[in-house]
Write a protein that binds this ligand. Sequence first.
Ligand code: GDP
Length: 327
Amino acid sequence: MKRRELSVQDYIDGVLANDRTILARAITLVESNRRDHQLLAQQVLDALMPHTGTAIRVGVTGVPGVGKSTFIESIGMQLVQQGQSVAVLAIDPTSTLRGGSILGDKTRMARLSMHTSAFIRPSPSQGSLGGVHRKTRETMLLCEAAGFDVVLVETVGVGQSETRVADMVDTFLVLMLSGAGDELQGIKKGILEVADILAINKADGDNLLAAQKARRAYKNAIHLFAQRDAHWIPPVLTCSSTLGDGVDEVWKTVLEHRETAIASGGFQARRHHQQKHWLWDIVEQEWMARFRERTKDLLHDVENQVTEGTLSPTSGALQLLAVADEG
Ligand code: GDP
């Protein structure tokens, strides 16, 4: 059966009323590549903008297997039990294999996904840029307009995704494992530059001592790196997502980070920076798309000449830009 088409107003009303079916459809609309969908999505987002900005935005990253979904389930359950509503945006790693993203919320975060105050949205990884969906920012705004108190953005810790997610949240949490041998081997400088809080997960059973040792090592390492924020040295914690130990402490630290940033003005500054960055991201993407469209007859030829060495990259670029300018 074909679903009834929704009008812009239907989407707006539905999202504001926290209608989960309409929220899910609004996200699908935002993620769509179809031009008419994008235009519709834009109108919906523009109307909802005044209702956004109030949620606690937290990014959670870490290598596959570190325990991200277990951690989110644990912290999410605590929050909903305290009466808060939680939206989780995740890239579903199973979706490309299965052609859908249904498995995601069934097997991962099973308890949280059943709770009425929680909304879990796994997005297919097809549209993702290194572990984060290119429309995650818009999706986050939709969830805020729907009234969620907390938005958790989960990303797989691969390459660029950390910076992309760090660039859309207020607090960026990095989950780590205590490894055998040199604790600092696995530390990536890039991660430390964007992390607001580090937590060594799986601090339980036989692994407890190793986790505590790793914590001390990371704590010392943090001081070696230039601080992004003069008012905040990223704390290093340990937790067990399966037992729930320390998870509450991590959340308290998230709130502490938020309060410190609000007090120092860093919170607003970060959000302003993020908005500006987003603006330029879109300009660049759109501009490049137009550039490619306008130069498509010439592009391949110029590229070939440049790779063969018969044309310098500068001359090639100027030729293409001249053509694009005419278009
Ligand atoms: P993700 O890939 O980062 O989302 O990791 P998962 O949450 O799927 O967890 C991977 C595996 O680690 C699962 O088998 C979990 O049960 C286990 N795990 C997650 N957190 C903990 C923890 O705190 N302690 C222990 N012992 N196992 C954990």
